[in-house]
Design a protein around this ligand. Structure first.
Ligand code: PXP
Length: 251
């Protein structure tokens, strides 16, 4: 069984929605790299950015700027397509997270279905791993998906926390508790298979602590809420507050 690290829980700040605001008008403001550097200074351990097929927020130029300008690792989120694989192999970011992508969705709605496409995803991630990217797979907290991730040799999984966060936000506390229990159990199960566990999607000040306290979870990736909250308390303030809540949960 893998040792559970006592290191501080890492925070990856997703800056996609800085680009969403910029793209609403075209032009260059607000600049995602500037936000990423501010996030670094406020305590982010890494920056996450999702280059979507339709480039609805982050663009190729943003990835180039982030790769050249960041001092912390970039977690490059991408769909399992040839185009994205080529981009990842050109830049070799520290981490690559494989996510499902549907053009019509507003955000990444569920985890990647790898159990049915094990060989395909296994072949897809092999060159990325060989190039030196730490590959994670974004999946639901589901035993079959976790077993598949382990079989294809992914070193990391990221568990989708969206159902838990939605239930919390909508006051469906019984559902929230069921989802939380599932995330706890599956983090433990993944850890027992030797996988590093990350989590993310939909996390807010209100619901982060029960996830941060799960001992096997090593990293949280948080975006939309932090960028929204920065309207009220600034990006630095939002990140520092999130970091404090995570630290409190962990201490
Ligand atoms: N992790 C993954 C794999 C994601 O796709 C996303 C959303 O892009 C996040 C974390 C962050 O979710 P949110 O923006 O809701 O915090």
């Amino acid at each position: 069984m893998l040792k559970i690290s006592t290191e501080t829980l890492r925070l990856g700040v997703n800056i996609d929605h800085v680009a969403t605001v910029r793209n609403a008008r075209g032009g260059v403001c607000p600049d995602p790299l500037r936000a990423a550097l501010l996030a670094e200074a406020a305590g982010a351990d890494g920056i996450t950015a999702h280059l979507r097929e339709d480039r609805r927020h982050i663009t190729d130029r943003d990835i180039d700027a982030l790769m050249n300008g960041l001092n912390v690792p970039l977690n490059f989120e991408m769909a399992a397509t040839k185009e994205m694989q080529e981009i990842a192999l050109r830049y070799v970011p520290n981490a690559v997270c494989i996510v499902p992508e549907k053009r019509e969705e507003r955000t990444t709605e569920g985890g990647l279905e790898i159990a049915r496409e094990e060989n395909k995803i296994g072949d897809f991630i092999a060159p990325l791993r060989e190039a030196g990217c730490r590959v994670s797979i974004f999946i639901a907290a589901d035993q079959r998906q976790i077993e598949s991730a382990a079989r294809i040799g992914a070193p990391v999984i990221e568990l989708h926390t969206g159902a838990y966060c939605d239930a919390n936000a909508e006051g469906r506390f019984e559902d929230r508790n069921i989802e939380l229990l599932r995330l706890q159990k599956m983090s433990n199960f993944a850890n027992s298979l030797g996988l590093e566990v990350h989590a993310g999607h939909g996390l807010t000040f209100d619901c982060v602590k029960p996830i941060a306290v799960i001992p096997q979870v090593m990293e949280l990736n948080i975006g939309h809420f932090l960028i929204g909250e920065s309207i009220f308390i600034g990006l630095e303030g939002a990140i520092k507050k999130m970091r404090n809540l995570m630290n409190e949960a962990r201490s």
